[in-house]
Write a new protein. Structure first.
Length: 757
């Protein structure tokens, strides 16, 4: 039996018993329990024996432990007395020797002062000795001896700060240093040009000793800068027949070569200061070129047909150079650069892209010019209506292909920093397209008799088919505009996030720390104006936090207005025959007649009256309308649905769009409502109507209601109220007219010559 469970702090009797019985095999519960109890009793007896033996041993050892404790106590008391005596002796020694110690300290101070005075006198005498033969040393041309002489004079001068001619002596020493520099200048140029490490190391040591190392760095800077400036002018002279692209490529290659050859050599001489020197050198060269690179670029663009594409190619060259320099910097250090080096790299990266800042500042005009030149190539108008519609349909893909290319240009040229300008350029681009679209639509309306609401003979459904294609074009425009909108916002967040100065912006990892590489801080590099950077970040925050649901909202609103206009155009075409049939209703002679079909004006039953020709033609047109609409709207067409949702169809409601299974149903209901509305308005224009004509008019209206029932549509409230008021007896008119529209009551009462109470 395993008794280890009894030693655990969280021992539970129930768990142990249950576990024990779960582990039994063939024995019965009673037999197993008896055996288990016997084992526990034996174990208890064994534990009792062990405890008893331990107690006996403890009792036997207790006197010895007490004696040892007493001995330790006596030794502790003795140690305490000894420590007290030692402390007393120390206090006595301090008291007896304090005066002597003060005297020793004073003597040491006197000795130190005397030594300093002696050294000062020696240095003062040394200045006189050194300055006496300085001309002879310079005449010897021994650089080492001259530098040693100047170092000694500097040390001597450091202890002569209180002499009356201290300033004159400092000026004299500076004159000697300038003389040494002038002597070394030709040798410095040779050493720097030939990368003579030993000679350059000697010069570094000498200039360090005489506190002129910054001047040496300046000599190095001017020497290398002069070489690079001559290289630039040589490239322009020798390759004057080539373009600025070749000039930039070759000059950038020389700069990269300079970096790789000089960084290691300078590191041997100047240590960590080498990167600062090279960054400062290349920055100064790029900002001091003559002629300036910006002027060369502008001259190059004057010869290019597509300025924006040409300048993007040039910027790609600068980006490759920037990447090469960044890789060279990264290869030298895997950790985050020091703050001083970060500032140097920021200035260097800014100088690389400095020629493009003015072009990026005018990116909106460049992009608008490019887009509008493409728009001029999109022909929308044609003398034949069917060809005109075809051109409108084909223009959609051309329009958005150019817009997507503009998005790509924005990323390539501005690294995402020009999206604010791109949105403005696209707004202008789409606005001009929609103006041209509207103009073409107006021309088509002028060519279509039905759309001009003039009399039409027969039914020409080709115009309606063309109008549906234009509606579908509007839907395509809306769908592709939404896709472009999402693409623009997604690409902006993706391209701006890595280098936008915002808390949520990720940074590049470098070892154990993170930082934003100066070569990728494009808003600071490419945007010269602070307000441009602020506008970019405001737009970024608005999109990233979901405050802006669209960046082309103004264009979408204009498209919706256009869709409304196109739907009205198509509706006018469909409704033209109905309008033609109903237009003459107020002027019909029958409303003044007392007979029906030549019969006397007697009380004839209503079923004896037949609907008139104008309403039967209108009814027949409505009954044939589904057959004409179905072929155009039979298949599911997302473009037509999108256009219909954003462009209101006359007399259609939001409920129609949500409940109708097919667009044909929406169109049919819209035309039916328009028919009822127009018919009611025409009826209300009747000045006087006879009793017999009233019954005829009621018959006509009921016929129209039956036609609507056959189409699965219901009559409007206005039409039902009109029938009710026309059928009402004169004496009951006031009661029946209660709760009816006042305009309808007044018109029907005047028509029937009834007096209202």
């Amino acid at each position: 039996m395993d008794y280890s469970a009894f030693t655990e702090d969280e021992f539970d009797v129930k768990d142990w018993v249950n576990s024990a019985f779960r582990s039994k095999k063939d024995c019965s519960n009673d037999q197993y329990a008896t055996t288990l109890v016997m084992k526990l009793q034996m174990f208890i007896q064994e534990v009792n024996n062990v405890v008893e033996e331990s107690c006996q041993q403890a009792i036997q050892n207790l006197p010895r432990v007490m004696r040892e404790l007493e001995a330790v106590q006596q030794e502790a008391l003795l140690l305490q007395d000894q420590m007290t005596a030692v402390r007393t002796d120390i206090q006595k020694v301090e008291h007896d020797t304090s005066q002597s110690m003060n005297m020793l300290l004073q003597l040491d101070s006197i000795k130190t002062r005397m030594k300093e005075a002696s050294e000062a006198l020696q240095e003062a005498d040394n200045w006189t000795t050194l300055s006496a033969d300085v001309d002879q040393v310079f005449e010897s041309q021994d650089i080492t001896a001259i530098s040693t002489k100047l170092v000694g004079m500097k040390q001597s001068l450091s202890v002569l700060t209180d002499v009356s001619d201290y300033i004159e002596r400092c000026q004299f020493l500076e004159t000697l240093k300038n003389r040494l520099e002038a002597m070394l200048m030709p040798q410095l140029v040779v050493a720097f040009n030939n990368q003579a490490t030993d000679a350059a190391s000697t010069y570094v040591r000498i200039f360090t000793d005489i506190d002129r190392l910054p001047q040496l760095c300046k000599y190095y800077h001017n020497c290398k800068k002069g070489n690079l400036m001559r290289t630039w002018r040589q490239i322009l002279d020798e390759k004057c027949d080539e373009t600025v692209m070749e000039w930039m490529n070759e000059f950038y290659e020389s700069l990269v070569t300079l970096w790789h050859t000089e960084i290691s050599w300078c590191s041997q001489l100047f240590g960590d200061h080498a990167m600062h020197m090279l960054c400062e050198l290349i920055t100064d060269v790029l900002t001091s070129l003559g002629p300036e690179m910006n002027a060369c670029i502008e001259k190059h663009l004057q010869t290019q047909a597509h300025s924006l594409a040409a300048i993007i190619d040039l910027k790609q060259i600068s980006e490759r150079f920037s990447k090469n320099i960044e890789n060279a910097v990264d290869s030298k250090s895997s950790a985050k650069p020091e703050v001083e080096h970060l500032n140097d790299l920021e200035r260097l990266s800014a100088s690389i892209f400095l020629p493009f800042q003015s072009f990026i500042s005018g990116y909106r005009q460049l992009e608008e010019s490019t887009l509008c030149s493409h728009l001029d190539k999109i022909i929308l108008d044609h003398s034949e209506p069917i060809d005109c519609v075809r051109l409108l349909v084909e223009s959609v893909n051309k329009l958005f292909t150019a817009a997507n290319k503009a998005n790509e240009r924005c990323i390539y040229f501005t690294n995402g920093c020009g999206y604010v300008s791109l949105f403005a350029a696209l707004k202008t681009y789409f606005n001009k397209y929609l103006i041209e679209f509207s103009r073409v639509l107006t021309n088509l309306r002028e060519k279509c008799p039905a759309a001009r609401r003039c009399g039409v003979e027969g039914e020409d459904w080709s115009w309606f088919q063309n109008s549906l294609r234009i509606i579908q074009t509007c839907g395509d425009l809306l769908i592709q505009l939404d896709e472009l909108d999402l693409t623009l916002m997604s690409d902006m967040v993706r391209s701006v996030t890595p280098h936008c100065h915002l808390p949520m912006s990720p940074t590049r990892e470098r070892g154990d720390s993170t930082y934003l590489s100066p070569f990728h801080d494009y808003p600071k590099i490419l945007l010269a104006k602070r307000e441009d950077r602020a506008a970019l970040e405001a737009m970024y925050v608005s999109i990233d936090e979901g405050d802006s649901q669209s960046v082309l909202d103004d264009t979408r609103k204009q498209l919706c207005i256009l869709s409304v206009s196109v739907h009205q155009f198509a509706y006018d075409i469909v409704f033209a025959p109905l309008r033609s049939q109903l237009s003459d209703v107020p002027n019909m002679d029958i409303w003044q007649s007392e007979t029906a079909g030549g019969a006397l004006a007697s009380e004839l039953p209503s079923f004896s009256l037949s609907p008139q020709e104008y309403i039967t033609k209108a009814g027949q047109y409505l009954l044939t309308l589904p057959l004409q609409l179905e072929p155009f709207t039979l298949e599911e067409n997302p473009s037509l649905i999108a256009a219909l949702k954003h462009g209101k169809l006359p007399h259609a409601t939001e409920q129609d769009l949500s409940s109708a299974e097919h667009l044909a149903d929406v169109w049919l209901e819209s035309v039916a409502r328009g028919t009822m509305h127009t018919y009611c308005e025409q009826v209300l224009k009747i000045n006087n109507i006879t009793r017999m004509a009233t019954r005829q008019l009621t018959t006509d209206i009921n016929y129209l209601s039956n036609v609507l029932d056959d189409l699965g549509l219901t009559s409007s409230d206005l039409l039902r109220d009109l029938v009710t008021l026309l059928e009402a007896e004169g004496k009951d008119f006031d009661d029946i007219a209660r709760n009816k529209p006042q305009r309808l009551i007044s018109a029907v009462a005047a028509m029937r010559q009834l007096k209202l109470n």
